[in-house]
Design a protein around this ligand. Sequence first.
Ligand code: IMP
Length: 423
Amino acid sequence: MSVTVLVGLGWGDEGKGRVIDYLAPSHQIVVRFNGGANAGHTVIANGVTFRFHLLPSGMLYADKTCVVAHGVVIDTVSLREEYELVRRTGPPLAKLLISDRCHLALPYHRLLDQLEEESRGQEKIGTTGRGIGPVYADKVARKGIRVCDLFHPDHLRELLTQTVEEKNRLIERVYGGQPIQLEPLYQQLLADAEFIRPFVTNTMTFLEGALTEGQNLLMEGAQGTLLDHEIGTYPFVTSTSPPAGMVSLGSGVGPRRISKVIGVAKAYATRVGAGPFPTELNDTLGTAIRERGKEYGTTTGRPRRCGWFDLPMMRMAAFANSPDEIVLTKLDVLSGLPELHVCTGYQLDGQMVRGIPALALDLERLTPLYQTLPGWKEELGSTHAWSDLPSTAKAYVSYLEEQLQVPIRVISVGPSREQIVVR
Ligand code: IMP
């Protein structure tokens, strides 16, 4: 019996999907516990690329159970499309379970997400447009509609009537948008209810039973710690909590059950959407890393901003998650660079900064200080052993490990399942 937690240490897109896929064979159950369809986890299996947004990345293993726990917000239309696509194109799928307590991300959440972004003008957050902010706001404000509501048509109609009326006032009067039509939404939800019904259960009871039976759980975090609305670069954050502490809240598995926390960090930094990014490379090198690393959003296709590895940010993320180890991804992307820079600290107005400033305006003004390390020319894609990595690549990994005081045991050197170096 074990509970392994996998979380992103950066601004998301650390390559968590492929790490889950790598770890899945030693676990019976893969659990999503946060986020929604804003996530984009890529798994390449037998040469075929699968992009998961709502489904756990263990779906390609027929002998697993994949759980979407109550911390996840569900867009039934996206879920249905994704499930049907993977079922058509993939191998036999894992058994899927969805919590009856998941909140629903509905069309008015998406619309409000877009309208709120438009109204921010230059101050846009650059959300994924999946309605994440508005649906989590409703959840906390106790105005949400949940999966369990779908199976009681009269009750659902009543809830929806109240909510749509309120949302339409906001959409029309505040933002001048087009109102949501109640009846088509109601009918669509009734149809989606029939699709989702076979998967719905009390997933907390299921997970409790699975642990009692001695099964191994793999908790798949979405987004990254620096996007957390408590400790990330607020307000340029998401509205759910990506750090390991969310596992217990979002799945119901208590903190003392957790056996191991694995943090995933990319060998360089990326960020998609707006917000402070002290080590960003706004030059041809940044563009070259983006092209080489195929740094385009899985959910939105947006180009990701690229920059150097940022130790102060990663130290904060490591402190927040207390990982037992770090998986370092995309080391292969750095091949060919004559030298590499790693940010070791910041200055603000000529003074050294301790920790990460709270104010986005200050974060935007930081001057990063860099340590320079030698690069390597060799391509790493077919390296399987630590001893076969170029000495400068090993020195780079060892430097990060020493600075973060967390062991780096697994390194990915390419997008496929096999392109992994285990130390
Ligand atoms: P939201 O989660 O759609 O509200 O977006 C808020 C911020 O989080 C934006 O900067 C998004 O680009 C970012 N974000 C949300 N989900 C992901 C993800 O899975 N990977 C990377 N960035 C994300």
